[in-house]
Design a protein around this ligand. Structure first.
Ligand SMILES: *Cc1c(COP(=O)(O)O)cnc(C)c1O
Length: 382
Protein backbone atom coordinates (compact mmCIF):
# COMPACT_ATOMS: atom_id res chain seq x y z
CA UNK A 1 0.00 0.00 0.00
CA UNK A 2 1.38 3.42 -0.89
CA UNK A 3 0.55 6.54 1.11
CA UNK A 4 -2.57 7.48 -0.77
CA UNK A 5 -3.95 3.92 -0.61
CA UNK A 6 -3.22 3.80 3.09
CA UNK A 7 -4.97 7.12 3.61
CA UNK A 8 -8.00 6.13 1.60
CA UNK A 9 -8.27 2.90 3.56
CA UNK A 10 -8.21 4.86 6.81
CA UNK A 11 -11.04 7.05 5.59
CA UNK A 12 -13.07 4.04 4.42
CA UNK A 13 -12.73 2.41 7.83
CA UNK A 14 -14.19 5.46 9.54
CA UNK A 15 -17.06 5.68 7.05
CA UNK A 16 -17.96 2.02 7.41
CA UNK A 17 -18.07 2.31 11.20
CA UNK A 18 -20.33 5.41 11.01
CA UNK A 19 -17.48 7.13 12.81
CA UNK A 20 -16.45 9.59 10.10
CA UNK A 21 -15.72 12.95 11.68
CA UNK A 22 -16.83 16.14 10.02
CA UNK A 23 -16.11 19.66 11.08
CA UNK A 24 -18.76 22.29 10.64
CA UNK A 25 -18.02 25.98 10.35
CA UNK A 26 -20.20 27.43 13.10
CA UNK A 27 -20.90 30.99 14.12
CA UNK A 28 -21.25 31.38 17.89
CA UNK A 29 -20.16 27.90 18.92
CA UNK A 30 -19.26 29.33 22.33
CA UNK A 31 -22.63 30.99 22.82
CA UNK A 32 -26.13 30.04 23.95
CA UNK A 33 -27.32 30.27 20.36
CA UNK A 34 -25.21 29.23 17.41
CA UNK A 35 -25.68 29.63 13.72
CA UNK A 36 -24.92 27.06 11.05
CA UNK A 37 -25.58 27.64 7.36
CA UNK A 38 -27.92 30.50 8.14
CA UNK A 39 -30.04 28.64 10.69
CA UNK A 40 -30.04 29.23 14.45
CA UNK A 41 -29.83 26.50 17.05
CA UNK A 42 -29.78 26.27 20.80
CA UNK A 43 -26.24 25.21 21.65
CA UNK A 44 -25.96 22.16 23.91
CA UNK A 45 -22.41 21.25 22.90
CA UNK A 46 -20.24 23.99 24.32
CA UNK A 47 -17.85 23.57 27.25
CA UNK A 48 -18.23 27.23 28.16
CA UNK A 49 -19.95 26.09 31.36
CA UNK A 50 -20.28 29.48 33.02
CA UNK A 51 -21.00 31.41 29.84
CA UNK A 52 -17.81 33.43 30.23
CA UNK A 53 -16.65 33.35 26.61
CA UNK A 54 -18.82 36.42 26.01
CA UNK A 55 -18.22 38.13 29.36
CA UNK A 56 -17.73 41.85 28.80
CA UNK A 57 -15.03 42.19 31.48
CA UNK A 58 -12.94 39.39 30.00
CA UNK A 59 -13.30 40.75 26.48
CA UNK A 60 -12.24 44.21 27.68
CA UNK A 61 -9.22 42.77 29.51
CA UNK A 62 -8.13 40.95 26.36
CA UNK A 63 -8.55 44.07 24.20
CA UNK A 64 -6.85 46.46 26.59
CA UNK A 65 -3.85 44.22 27.01
CA UNK A 66 -3.56 43.67 23.26
CA UNK A 67 -3.48 47.44 22.78
CA UNK A 68 -0.47 47.84 25.04
CA UNK A 69 1.28 44.45 24.67
CA UNK A 70 0.43 43.59 21.07
CA UNK A 71 -1.04 40.28 20.04
CA UNK A 72 1.54 37.51 20.05
CA UNK A 73 4.00 36.73 22.83
CA UNK A 74 6.96 36.78 20.45
CA UNK A 75 8.67 33.64 21.58
CA UNK A 76 8.95 30.65 23.86
CA UNK A 77 8.81 31.32 27.58
CA UNK A 78 12.52 30.40 27.68
CA UNK A 79 13.41 33.23 25.31
CA UNK A 80 11.25 36.39 25.44
CA UNK A 81 7.71 35.03 25.62
CA UNK A 82 7.43 35.05 29.42
CA UNK A 83 6.20 38.41 30.73
CA UNK A 84 5.33 39.94 34.08
CA UNK A 85 1.72 39.21 33.20
CA UNK A 86 2.53 35.48 32.84
CA UNK A 87 4.39 35.51 36.12
CA UNK A 88 1.57 37.28 37.95
CA UNK A 89 -1.01 34.79 36.69
CA UNK A 90 1.15 31.82 37.66
CA UNK A 91 1.66 33.23 41.14
CA UNK A 92 -2.01 33.97 41.60
CA UNK A 93 -3.05 30.49 40.47
CA UNK A 94 -0.53 28.79 42.73
CA UNK A 95 -1.60 30.84 45.73
CA UNK A 96 -5.32 30.45 45.05
CA UNK A 97 -5.14 26.70 44.53
CA UNK A 98 -2.73 26.01 47.38
CA UNK A 99 0.39 25.01 45.45
CA UNK A 100 3.95 26.31 45.51
CA UNK A 101 4.04 26.83 41.77
CA UNK A 102 1.96 27.03 38.62
CA UNK A 103 3.27 26.81 35.06
CA UNK A 104 1.27 28.10 32.10
CA UNK A 105 0.91 25.97 28.98
CA UNK A 106 -0.78 26.95 25.72
CA UNK A 107 -3.38 24.18 26.05
CA UNK A 108 -4.47 21.34 28.27
CA UNK A 109 -3.29 18.95 25.59
CA UNK A 110 0.19 20.45 25.68
CA UNK A 111 0.25 20.48 29.48
CA UNK A 112 -0.63 16.79 29.73
CA UNK A 113 1.78 15.80 27.00
CA UNK A 114 4.53 18.01 28.38
CA UNK A 115 4.32 16.69 31.93
CA UNK A 116 3.97 13.04 30.99
CA UNK A 117 6.78 13.21 28.46
CA UNK A 118 9.11 14.88 30.96
CA UNK A 119 8.41 13.10 34.22
CA UNK A 120 8.10 9.30 33.93
CA UNK A 121 11.19 7.46 32.71
CA UNK A 122 11.94 3.98 31.49
CA UNK A 123 11.50 2.03 34.72
CA UNK A 124 8.49 4.00 35.92
CA UNK A 125 4.86 2.95 35.80
CA UNK A 126 2.03 5.15 34.58
CA UNK A 127 -1.27 3.93 35.99
CA UNK A 128 -4.17 5.68 34.29
CA UNK A 129 -7.92 5.46 34.65
CA UNK A 130 -9.20 3.53 31.62
CA UNK A 131 -11.41 6.43 30.56
CA UNK A 132 -8.78 9.15 30.81
CA UNK A 133 -8.70 11.82 28.11
CA UNK A 134 -6.84 11.06 24.87
CA UNK A 135 -4.13 13.60 25.72
CA UNK A 136 -3.27 11.63 28.87
CA UNK A 137 -3.47 8.10 27.49
CA UNK A 138 -1.63 9.01 24.35
CA UNK A 139 1.18 10.63 26.31
CA UNK A 140 1.33 7.48 28.42
CA UNK A 141 1.58 5.29 25.33
CA UNK A 142 4.39 7.39 23.90
CA UNK A 143 6.29 7.43 27.17
CA UNK A 144 9.19 5.07 27.79
CA UNK A 145 7.52 4.23 31.08
CA UNK A 146 5.02 1.39 30.97
CA UNK A 147 1.36 2.36 30.80
CA UNK A 148 -1.30 0.33 32.58
CA UNK A 149 -4.94 1.25 32.96
CA UNK A 150 -7.06 0.73 36.04
CA UNK A 151 -10.82 0.20 36.06
CA UNK A 152 -12.76 3.44 35.83
CA UNK A 153 -12.99 5.23 39.18
CA UNK A 154 -11.85 2.11 41.05
CA UNK A 155 -9.23 2.72 43.76
CA UNK A 156 -8.90 -1.02 44.43
CA UNK A 157 -8.04 -1.64 40.81
CA UNK A 158 -5.40 1.08 41.05
CA UNK A 159 -4.08 -0.41 44.30
CA UNK A 160 -3.77 -3.79 42.63
CA UNK A 161 -1.80 -2.37 39.69
CA UNK A 162 0.38 -0.40 42.08
CA UNK A 163 1.35 -3.66 43.83
CA UNK A 164 3.13 -5.06 40.81
CA UNK A 165 6.89 -4.78 40.88
CA UNK A 166 8.26 -1.48 39.70
CA UNK A 167 11.95 -0.56 39.65
CA UNK A 168 11.16 3.12 39.31
CA UNK A 169 8.30 5.38 40.41
CA UNK A 170 4.57 5.19 39.96
CA UNK A 171 2.38 7.97 38.59
CA UNK A 172 -1.39 7.55 38.81
CA UNK A 173 -3.45 9.62 36.41
CA UNK A 174 -7.11 10.52 36.41
CA UNK A 175 -9.55 13.28 35.57
CA UNK A 176 -11.49 15.28 38.15
CA UNK A 177 -14.72 15.16 36.15
CA UNK A 178 -14.67 12.82 33.16
CA UNK A 179 -15.08 14.57 29.86
CA UNK A 180 -17.31 11.99 28.16
CA UNK A 181 -19.21 10.63 31.17
CA UNK A 182 -19.54 13.64 33.43
CA UNK A 183 -18.89 11.60 36.58
CA UNK A 184 -16.35 12.51 39.26
CA UNK A 185 -13.28 10.55 40.30
CA UNK A 186 -13.01 9.49 43.97
CA UNK A 187 -9.83 11.54 44.37
CA UNK A 188 -8.95 10.98 48.06
CA UNK A 189 -9.29 7.19 47.70
CA UNK A 190 -7.22 7.17 44.50
CA UNK A 191 -4.65 9.40 46.13
CA UNK A 192 -4.40 7.07 49.08
CA UNK A 193 -4.11 3.98 46.87
CA UNK A 194 -1.16 5.42 44.98
CA UNK A 195 0.44 7.01 48.06
CA UNK A 196 0.51 3.60 49.77
CA UNK A 197 2.82 2.48 46.96
CA UNK A 198 4.90 5.64 47.28
CA UNK A 199 3.58 7.08 44.02
CA UNK A 200 2.13 10.41 42.93
CA UNK A 201 -1.30 11.38 41.66
CA UNK A 202 -1.87 13.61 38.64
CA UNK A 203 -5.38 15.03 38.22
CA UNK A 204 -6.58 16.65 35.00
CA UNK A 205 -9.46 18.87 36.11
CA UNK A 206 -10.40 20.36 32.75
CA UNK A 207 -14.12 20.00 33.52
CA UNK A 208 -14.11 20.67 37.26
CA UNK A 209 -12.09 23.88 37.32
CA UNK A 210 -14.36 26.90 37.67
CA UNK A 211 -17.46 24.79 38.10
CA UNK A 212 -17.06 22.95 41.38
CA UNK A 213 -15.33 23.48 44.72
CA UNK A 214 -15.27 26.66 46.80
CA UNK A 215 -15.14 29.67 44.46
CA UNK A 216 -14.71 27.25 41.56
CA UNK A 217 -11.35 25.86 42.64
CA UNK A 218 -12.28 22.52 41.15
CA UNK A 219 -12.71 18.86 41.96
CA UNK A 220 -9.60 18.29 44.06
CA UNK A 221 -10.37 21.24 46.31
CA UNK A 222 -14.00 20.18 46.58
CA UNK A 223 -12.96 16.69 47.70
CA UNK A 224 -10.23 17.88 50.03
CA UNK A 225 -7.52 16.22 47.97
CA UNK A 226 -4.13 17.70 47.12
CA UNK A 227 -2.67 15.75 44.19
CA UNK A 228 1.04 16.22 43.57
CA UNK A 229 0.22 17.36 40.02
CA UNK A 230 -2.93 19.23 39.09
CA UNK A 231 -3.79 20.35 35.56
CA UNK A 232 -6.41 23.06 35.10
CA UNK A 233 -7.51 24.34 31.72
CA UNK A 234 -8.92 27.70 30.69
CA UNK A 235 -10.75 26.69 27.52
CA UNK A 236 -13.78 25.34 29.31
CA UNK A 237 -15.36 27.07 32.32
CA UNK A 238 -12.92 29.98 32.08
CA UNK A 239 -14.13 30.59 28.53
CA UNK A 240 -10.70 31.48 27.13
CA UNK A 241 -8.02 28.84 26.41
CA UNK A 242 -4.71 27.61 27.76
CA UNK A 243 -3.81 25.59 30.83
CA UNK A 244 -1.67 25.47 33.94
CA UNK A 245 0.15 22.73 35.82
CA UNK A 246 0.19 23.10 39.61
CA UNK A 247 2.98 21.40 41.53
CA UNK A 248 5.71 21.96 44.11
CA UNK A 249 8.73 24.22 43.65
CA UNK A 250 11.19 21.54 42.65
CA UNK A 251 8.86 19.85 40.18
CA UNK A 252 8.16 23.20 38.53
CA UNK A 253 11.89 23.84 38.11
CA UNK A 254 12.27 20.33 36.68
CA UNK A 255 9.45 20.91 34.17
CA UNK A 256 11.03 24.19 33.10
CA UNK A 257 14.18 22.21 32.27
CA UNK A 258 12.55 19.21 30.62
CA UNK A 259 8.97 19.87 29.46
CA UNK A 260 9.50 20.30 25.75
CA UNK A 261 6.06 21.83 25.21
CA UNK A 262 7.25 24.76 27.34
CA UNK A 263 10.66 25.05 25.78
CA UNK A 264 9.99 24.63 22.05
CA UNK A 265 6.64 26.34 21.72
CA UNK A 266 5.60 29.99 21.59
CA UNK A 267 4.24 31.17 24.92
CA UNK A 268 0.63 32.17 25.39
CA UNK A 269 -0.04 35.76 24.19
CA UNK A 270 0.02 38.25 27.10
CA UNK A 271 -3.46 39.48 26.18
CA UNK A 272 -4.75 35.96 26.66
CA UNK A 273 -3.03 35.87 30.04
CA UNK A 274 -4.86 39.08 31.00
CA UNK A 275 -8.14 37.61 29.78
CA UNK A 276 -7.54 34.57 32.00
CA UNK A 277 -6.94 36.91 34.96
CA UNK A 278 -10.31 38.52 34.28
CA UNK A 279 -11.88 35.07 33.88
CA UNK A 280 -10.48 34.11 37.29
CA UNK A 281 -12.15 37.18 38.80
CA UNK A 282 -15.44 36.08 37.26
CA UNK A 283 -14.96 32.49 38.46
CA UNK A 284 -14.14 33.56 42.01
CA UNK A 285 -17.27 35.66 42.32
CA UNK A 286 -19.26 33.23 40.20
CA UNK A 287 -21.47 31.53 42.79
CA UNK A 288 -24.59 32.84 41.07
CA UNK A 289 -23.41 31.37 37.76
CA UNK A 290 -22.62 28.03 39.39
CA UNK A 291 -26.07 28.01 41.06
CA UNK A 292 -27.70 28.77 37.75
CA UNK A 293 -25.79 25.93 36.09
CA UNK A 294 -26.81 23.55 38.89
CA UNK A 295 -30.47 24.46 38.45
CA UNK A 296 -30.19 23.82 34.72
CA UNK A 297 -28.62 20.43 35.35
CA UNK A 298 -31.38 19.44 37.77
CA UNK A 299 -34.12 20.66 35.46
CA UNK A 300 -32.67 18.71 32.55
CA UNK A 301 -32.11 15.49 34.47
CA UNK A 302 -35.59 15.45 35.96
CA UNK A 303 -37.11 16.04 32.52
CA UNK A 304 -34.99 13.52 30.61
CA UNK A 305 -35.59 10.93 33.28
CA UNK A 306 -39.33 11.51 33.01
CA UNK A 307 -39.08 10.92 29.24
CA UNK A 308 -37.42 7.56 29.90
CA UNK A 309 -34.02 8.42 28.42
CA UNK A 310 -30.98 6.57 29.67
CA UNK A 311 -28.74 9.11 31.38
CA UNK A 312 -25.28 8.54 32.74
CA UNK A 313 -25.03 9.04 36.52
CA UNK A 314 -23.63 12.55 36.25
CA UNK A 315 -24.31 15.58 38.39
CA UNK A 316 -21.96 17.76 36.33
CA UNK A 317 -22.59 20.01 33.34
CA UNK A 318 -21.79 17.03 31.11
CA UNK A 319 -24.97 15.00 30.66
CA UNK A 320 -24.42 12.07 28.32
CA UNK A 321 -27.49 10.47 26.84
CA UNK A 322 -26.48 6.86 26.29
CA UNK A 323 -27.47 5.43 22.93
CA UNK A 324 -24.96 2.65 22.16
CA UNK A 325 -25.16 2.28 18.39
CA UNK A 326 -23.23 4.77 16.23
CA UNK A 327 -25.89 5.04 13.55
CA UNK A 328 -28.64 5.59 16.09
CA UNK A 329 -26.66 8.28 17.86
CA UNK A 330 -26.14 10.09 14.55
CA UNK A 331 -29.79 9.77 13.59
CA UNK A 332 -30.91 11.17 16.95
CA UNK A 333 -28.47 14.08 16.60
CA UNK A 334 -29.82 14.87 13.13
CA UNK A 335 -33.40 14.68 14.34
CA UNK A 336 -32.66 17.05 17.24
CA UNK A 337 -30.96 19.44 14.83
CA UNK A 338 -34.07 19.63 12.70
CA UNK A 339 -35.85 20.58 15.94
CA UNK A 340 -33.39 23.42 16.57
CA UNK A 341 -31.12 21.83 19.20
CA UNK A 342 -27.41 21.46 18.48
CA UNK A 343 -25.86 18.42 20.13
CA UNK A 344 -22.88 16.30 19.26
CA UNK A 345 -22.79 12.54 18.93
CA UNK A 346 -19.67 11.08 20.52
CA UNK A 347 -18.64 7.78 19.03
CA UNK A 348 -15.79 5.31 19.38
CA UNK A 349 -12.82 5.60 19.48
CA UNK A 350 -13.48 8.65 21.70
CA UNK A 351 -15.68 6.40 23.86
CA UNK A 352 -15.50 2.58 24.22
CA UNK A 353 -17.08 0.44 21.44
CA UNK A 354 -20.87 0.34 21.82
CA UNK A 355 -20.72 3.50 23.92
CA UNK A 356 -22.03 6.04 21.40
CA UNK A 357 -23.86 8.84 23.11
CA UNK A 358 -25.12 12.34 22.78
CA UNK A 359 -22.91 14.51 24.87
CA UNK A 360 -25.19 17.23 26.16
CA UNK A 361 -23.50 20.09 27.92
CA UNK A 362 -25.41 22.62 29.95
CA UNK A 363 -24.15 26.06 30.80
CA UNK A 364 -25.10 28.93 33.06
CA UNK A 365 -26.16 30.84 29.95
CA UNK A 366 -29.09 28.47 29.30
CA UNK A 367 -32.48 29.69 30.43
CA UNK A 368 -35.31 27.51 31.74
CA UNK A 369 -37.06 27.82 28.40
CA UNK A 370 -33.94 26.51 26.61
CA UNK A 371 -33.85 23.38 28.75
CA UNK A 372 -37.57 22.89 28.21
CA UNK A 373 -37.12 23.21 24.48
CA UNK A 374 -34.42 20.55 24.53
CA UNK A 375 -36.73 18.28 26.53
CA UNK A 376 -39.57 18.85 24.08
CA UNK A 377 -37.24 18.04 21.20
CA UNK A 378 -36.11 14.88 22.97
CA UNK A 379 -39.74 13.88 23.48
CA UNK A 380 -40.43 14.52 19.78
CA UNK A 381 -37.33 12.66 18.65
CA UNK A 382 -38.27 9.37 20.30
C1 LIG B 1 -10.42 19.46 26.82
C2 LIG B 1 -9.56 18.57 27.62
C3 LIG B 1 -8.17 18.64 27.56
C4 LIG B 1 -7.49 19.49 26.55
O1 LIG B 1 -7.48 20.80 26.94
P1 LIG B 1 -7.27 21.90 25.81
O2 LIG B 1 -6.95 23.12 26.58
O3 LIG B 1 -8.57 21.99 25.09
O4 LIG B 1 -6.17 21.42 24.95
C5 LIG B 1 -7.42 17.87 28.40
N1 LIG B 1 -8.02 17.04 29.27
C6 LIG B 1 -9.35 16.92 29.36
C7 LIG B 1 -9.95 15.99 30.33
C8 LIG B 1 -10.17 17.67 28.51
O5 LIG B 1 -11.48 17.53 28.56
Amino acid sequence: MNWSEQISQGLRERQQAAAYRQRRAIVGGNDRLLEYQGRRYLNFSSNDYLGLAHDAGIIAAWGQSAKTCGVGSGGSSHVTGYSEAHQALEQRLAHWLGYERALLFTSGYAANQGVIAALPHEDDHILADKLSHASLLEAGMMSKASLRRFRHNDPDSLRQLARSRCDGNRLAITEGIFSMDGDSAPLPALHQAIAEAGGWLMVDDAHGFGVTGEQGRGSAWQQGCHPELLVVTFGKAAGVGGAAVLCDEQTAEYLIQYARHLIYSTAMPPAQVCAIQAALNAIIKGDALRDRLQRNIERFRAGADFLGYRLAPSSSAIQPLLVGDNGEALALTDRLRTLGCWLTAIRPPTVPPGGARLRITLTAAHQDADIDRLLEALADAR
